[in-house]
Design a protein around this ligand. Structure first.
Ligand SMILES: [Zn+2]
Length: 407
C-alpha cells in the first residue's frame, strides 16, 4: 500500500486487525457462510475421490502402461471374503464433523487402488487362485502390492494437500482483500503476503514429510522388492509369520519404528504391515528396506514374540498406525458402545510409533478363545509361564509361532 495518508492508513490497519482477529479465532471464516464452507469441503472430498479412482501409471518399476482402476491390495476372494457379512465389511473412516466412524464397505470396493496394468496384475494371479501365500515369491509379491498401494496413496494425498493449500491461500487472501475493500472501496491491492499462518505451515510440513517418505520407500523397499521379483531371488528384510488363530481383520498399511542407540542416536524405519486371515489361521507380514533389517529384527523378536504379543501388536497397528483395515462387522458391533467410542477417539487423535500397546482390546472374543486354548493346553499345564516362549530357530525371513495347546 503506497501513497496513503495517515487517516486512511489507520482505517486500513484497523480493518486488517479486525479481519486477522476473526481469522485467528476461526480459520474457516475465510470460506464465508456455513453453506459455502460445507460446499467447499464436499467439493474437496468429491475431487479427491474422483482422482483416487482414476487410472495412473502402473506401479511396477519401469512400466509406462496405464493401471487398471481397481487393483486389490488384499485378495478379495481370500481374506476379505472370509469375514464379509451380507457382502460388507467395516472400515474406519474420517468424516468432517463426525470424526472417526466405522463405515460399511462392499467387498468389491475394499482395499482397491489404481495399481497395476493388466499385464502386471497377472503377477498376483497364482496366489489369487490358491488363496494362500505358499512360496517365498508369493510373499514377496503380496508385500510388493502392499508397498505399491502405500506409494500410490502417499502420492495421491500429497497432490491433494497441494490442491487444498492452493485453494486455502486463495480463499484467505480474498477474505483479507474483501475486508480491506470494505474499509476503502477504491484501494488498489496488487498482492497479499501473509507469514506465520499455522494452517499453511501445517500443510507445507505434511507435503514435505510425504515427499520425503515417498523418496525413502521408492529407493528402499520398493527397489528391493522389484529386484527380488525380477530375479526370483534377493535378500529381503521381511518376516512372514503364521499363527493358527483366525483374526477377524484384514490390514495393509505402514508404521514407523523408532529406536534410540548410544551411537548413532535415533534410528527410524518405515515398516510395512500386513494381516491376512484364512480359514486355517492368520498370515502376518512385517517388512522394511534392507538397510533397516536389524531394526526390523529387533521389533519382531521383542514385540511379536508370542501369539498374545502379536495379537496386541495388531490391535495397536489398527488404532495407532493405519486406517486401512477391514473388520468383520459383528466382531466390532459386539464391543460395548463406550469402548467403541474410545477406540475411535484414539484412532483419530493418537498416533504413536510402533511398539506402543493399545490400552484396550479390540478382539475380545478371539483373545478369550486363545486364553482358553492356552490355559487348557498340556504345554501350559506342564510348563506354566514358559509355554509362551517362542521357537527361535525359524529360518531367516520366516517365522512360525508355534501353536500352543491342542486344536
Ligand atoms: Zn505394468
Amino acid at each position: 500500500m503506497t501513497n496513503i495518508d495517515k487517516k486512511t492508513s489507520d482505517i486500513l490497519n484497523r480493518a486488517l486487525d479486525d479481519a486477522m482477529e476473526s481469522f485467528e479465532r476461526d480459520h474457516t471464516v475465510i470460506y464465508g457462510p456455513e453453506t459455502v464452507k460445507l460446499k467447499t469441503y464436499f467439493d474437496f472430498v468429491a475431487r479427491a475421490d474422483r482422482s483416487w479412482k482414476k487410472s495412473k501409471q502402473c506401479a511396477f518399476q519401469g512400466c509406462t502402461n496405464e493401471s487398471i482402476v481397481r487393483s486389490h491390495t488384499i485378495q478379495k476372494s481370500g481374506p476379505l471374503a472370509l469375514f464379509a457379512e451380507n457382502g460388507h465389511l467395516l472400515q474406519p473412516s474420517l468424516i468432517q464433523n463426525d470424526g472417526m466412524i466405522m463405515k460399511l464397505i462392499g467387498l468389491q470396493n475394499a482395499s482397491v487402488f489404481p495399481g497395476f496394468c493388466e499385464e502386471h496384475e497377472e503377477l498376483f494371479a497364482r496366489f489369487e487362485r490358491t488363496k494362500t501365500l505358499q512360496t517365498p515369491s508369493d510373499i514377496a509379491l503380496q508385500c510388493f502390492r502392499m508397498v505399491c498401494r502405500e506409494l500410490v496413496r502417499l502420492q495421491h494425498e500429497s497432490n491433494h494437500f497441494k490442491l487444498i493449500l492452493d485453494e486455502y491461500i486463495q480463499f484467505r487472501n480474498n477474505y483479507i482483500k474483501a475486508k480491506l475493500l470494505e474499509a476503502k472501496a477504491d484501494l488498489k491491492i496488487s498482492a497479499i503476503t501473509l507469514t506465520g499462518d499455522a494452517v499453511e505451515t501445517t500443510f507445507i510440513e505434511r507435503i514435505k514429510s510425504h515427499t520425503a517418505l515417498i523418496a525413502n520407500v521408492s529407493s528402499g523397499i520398493y527397489k528391493d522388492l522389484n529386484a527380488a521379483i525380477r530375479s526370483g531371488d534377493g535378500e529381503l528384510a521381511l518376516f512372514h509369520i503364521d499363527i493358527p488363530d483366525i483374526l477377524p481383520v484384514c490390514l495393509s498399511g505402514l508404521g514407523t519404528l523408532q529406536m534410540t542407540e548410544e551411537k548413532p542416536g535415533l534410528l527410524e524405519a518405515t515398516l510395512f504391515l500386513g494381516v491376512l486371515p484364512s480359514p486355517k489361521g492368520t498370515e502376518v507380514i512385517v517388512a522394511t528396506d534392507h538397510g533397516n533389517k536389524k531394526l526390523l529384527e529387533y521389533y519382531v523378536y521383542n514385540c511379536l514374540d508370542s501369539r498374545f504379543a502379536l495379537l496386541s501388536a495388531i490391535e495397536s497397528w489398527m488404532i495407532y498406525q493405519t486406517d486401512h483395515w477391514f473388520i468383520k462387522p459383528s466382531e466390532w458391533n459386539i464391543l460395548p458402545m463406550q469402548k467403541r467410542e474410545t477406540l475411535l477417539r484414539l484412532m483419530r487423535d493418537d498416533h504413536t510409533t510402533l511398539g506402543h500397546e493399545c490400552p484396550l482390546s479390540v478382539f475380545d472374543s478371539t483373545r478369550k478363545k486363545m486364553l482358553n486354548i492356552f490355559e487348557t493346553s498340556q504345554e501350559y499345564i506342564n510348563n506354566g509361564e514358559r509355554a509362551v516362549e517362542v521357537q527361535r530357530n525359524s529360518p531367516p525371513g520366516s517365522k512360525r509361532i508355534p501353536q500352543l495347546g491342542p486344536n
